[in-house]
Each structure stands twice: as C-alpha cells, then as structure tokens.
Design a protein around this ligand. Structure first.
Ligand SMILES: *Cc1c(COP(=O)(O)O)cnc(C)c1O
Length: 392
C-alpha cells in the first residue's frame, strides 16, 4: 500500500480533545469504572497511531480484528486490548501470545483455545508474566441485537464448559445495544439491559467472580449510568461526536448531564487552480453544472478516493477565508470544483476546510452526513487512512 496519497490533503487532530471527551463521558460513572476507548476502523478514521498517543485516560483499548490488535502491540501499546470481532481459529494462538483479550461466543473458538492451552507471551501489558500465560476471554451475550453473541438459553452450559477449560481465563462479559442511538424511546434498551441482568445472574449462580462487565457504548455511557457496570466501551464520543441527534436530545431533555464533546478532527486541503469561467460553461463529469454568471472557479485536489463522498457533488460547500464556497459539478476521484466568485482575494494554494471550523463557520460531520445521506460515523471512518494526520 502507498504510505501517503498527497501532501495537499490532510487531517488536523486537536491533541487535547480526545482525552477531554473521554473524561467527559466518564464523569457520571462511579469511581473506579474502567474506560475502554474503542479505536477500531483506524480510530473512526482519525488515525489510530495518533489517537492512541493522545488518550492517556484510556484504561483499555478495543479494536475489531486481530490485525488491528497486533498493529497496536507493534506500536508498543501495552495496555489491555479487547478484540471485538471474530478471530479465525487458526490465528487464536497468535492473539493469545500477544495478550489480546478475545470476545468469545462460539464453541469452536473455546474448543480451539482448550487445545492450544497456555501460550508464551510475546508482547502486551501483562507480558511481564513470565512463562506461559492463559487466553483471556470476554463472553458476548445476545440480548436483542441479533448479531454476535451466545443465546441466553445456551449461556449456562457455555460458561460451565469455559470454567472446565484449562488455559482460558474468564475475564469479562458483555453485550451491545441495538436501539439506543436512533430513538427517543428507550424501551428496547431497557429490555436488553434486563436480559443482560438475566445473563449476569446465570454467571453469578456459577460463582464466577471478578468479571469485567460492560455494555455501554457512547450513548449508554451518557444516558444510562445503570448500564455502566464496571467498564465503559465508548467510541464516537471520544472523537467529539454525538452518536445521534436523538442521543443529544435525550441528554438535553434531562436524562443526564450533557457532556461537552469537542470534535477532534478537521479535514483540509489547498486550492490547486483558480480561473474565471464565462457564463454558460459546464463544470465536471456529466455536465451536471453550468455556470449562470462569469464564475471564479477553484479546483481542489480531493475526491471520493480520499473519502470525500461522491454524493457531495452539487450539494456541499467548503470553507475558505471563513466563508462558504459551494461545490459545483460532480466530485471526481481526486478532484472537486467549487465556486469562489463571492469570496474576495482567493488565490492558489490557499487553505480550504472540508470538515471543521473556519472563522465563524463550521462544517460538522453531522452536516456533511446530512448532505451525503449517511451518519457522522461513516463520514469520519471513510476518510482515507493514507491521508496524513497532524496532531496539533
Ligand atoms: C463500535 C462499538 C462500540 C462503540 O460504539 P460508539 O457508539 O461509537 O460509542 C462499542 N461496542 C461495540 C461492540 C462496538 O462494536
């Protein structure tokens, strides 16, 4: 893979914001609640290496895949790491050797771990444990999301099998909400919480102790302290973004204290051409835009290959000199055109804000998401990982 695509497009990261946001999310939590920062998908597109370096308050990190976990260990991250996704059976040994805690919900995975037994650690927070070390697993319980997880009716026998398996430590138990972001009605979330309590009761009957119990993503961390248990598992809020308008409204309507979330990321570029087009001139592929007046055109070296969604053509605006410039014509693979006729003194190589603040103007991830017909999560995670990240 190329290491960098172009120095003309970059992402600035506010070095103070992620830790401020994480601490804000945990303010309603009991003393001693662990903070697990979800940094899957290249830290929601922010740049995983950069984000890890500016999140000192995180006790744990969570990623999706073993590849992401190994990459963190290669970056010398020593804190505990939870893999949220599936690890292929033939790679389980590697995951254990790197001290990556596993999310477990298949018998096949448990039986493979039983065969592997304790493994010499190569890296990790607890690598200092000399000699052979066990696999650490977090059971995932199906409570209504219809995704990964052990059905509650199978849980008891699963836990018994786990407790009878040498070389595997039962470290945690978790579940995930399916309908907490997109609604003001939290009945389904309450049902999921109640099913999770059923699961915890099963585990308690089997006399399992000292588990890390976790279910709260960002929305639950903010809205429902009763879902905190002893670890929060927050993603989007760390990046200063609200999970949804409904979560923000629920918080504002008095469910809870409203954390002050500061967006971490700005996405920027520079003008690579300025010229005058006469009235009636077409702009871009498909001739979807035609000037209605003599138009000062600026060409930007960013396009859908960088993650600047093609749906933004003829829809979005960008910021320069603190003012809005509309995107005209279609977004190309590596180029986008904007109308700067109404902005005085714009010149070659001036900075342009695609996402973020400029003077009194802001383009939020939510605004860009509304233009592109998606959600803020997708807008930031799709910013190409090979664009430079600069920590400011
Ligand atoms: C992504 C993810 C989270 C984080 O959710 P946010 O809404 O970004 O806080 C938590 N838990 C699991 C299992 C996830 O996949």
């Amino acid at each position: 893979m190329l290491i960098s695509m172009s120095s003309l497009v970059w992402v600035d990261l506010d070095s103070k914001a992620p830790d401020h946001n994480l601490r804000g999310l945990s303010r309603g939590a009991k003393q001693g609640t662990l903070l697990c920062a979800v940094i899957k998908a290249n830290a929601y597109g922010h740049g995983v290496a950069e984000i890890v370096g500016i999140l000192p308050s995180a006790d744990w990190f969570a990623v999706n895949s073993i590849e992401e976990g190994l990459e963190l260990r290669a970056m010398k991250v020593e804190k505990p790491i939870l893999l949220l996704g599936y690890v292929p059976l033939k790679r389980l040994r590697e995951a254990v050797a790197a001290d990556l805690s596993l999310t477990l919900y298949n018998r096949e995975s448990l039986e493979t771990l039983a065969k592997i037994g304790p493994v010499s650690r190569t890296t990790g927070s607890r690598a200092a444990d000399v000699g052979e070390a066990p696999a650490r697993v977090h059971l995932k319980v199906e409570t209504g999301t219809g995704r990964q997880g052990i059905m509650i009716e199978d849980l008891e026998s699963f836990v018994q099998q786990l407790l009878n398996t040498k070389g595997v430590v039962f470290e945690g138990i978790s579940t995930h909400f399916s309908n907490i972001e997109d609604t003001l009605n939290h009945e389904f979330a309450e049902e999921q919480l109640s099913r999770f309590h059923d699961a915890l009761n099963i585990v308690k009957r089997l006399k399992v102790k000292n588990l890390i119990v976790h279910m709260a993503s960002t929305a639950a961390s903010i809205l429902f302290p009763k879902t905190h248990f002893n670890m929060l598992r927050a993603g989007i809020g760390i990046y200063g973004l609200w999970p949804s308008r409904e979560t923000y409204l629920s918080a504002r309507m008095g469910h809870s204290r409203v954390p002050d979330l500061k967006p971490v990321l700005s996405w920027k570029t520079k003008i690579v051409q300025i010229k005058m087009l006469p009235e009636g001139h077409y702009v871009g592929y498909g001739c979807t835009y035609r000037t209605t007046r003599p138009t000062k055109l600026a060409v930007l070296p960013v396009g859908y290959a960088d993650g600047y969604d093609r749906a933004l053509g003829n829809t979005a605006y960008v910021l320069m000199h603190g003012k809005r410039a509309p995107v005209i014509g279609r977004v190309c693979m590596n180029l986008t055109m904007v109308d700067v006729t109404d902005i005085p003194d714009v010149k070659l190589e001036d900075d342009v804000v695609l996402l973020g603040m400029d003077g009194d103007e802001t383009i939020s991830a939510e605004l860009m998401a509304s233009w592109a017909g998606t959600i803020n999560y997708e807008i930031v995670t799709r910013i190409s990982p090979i664009i430079q990240r600069r920590v400011k």
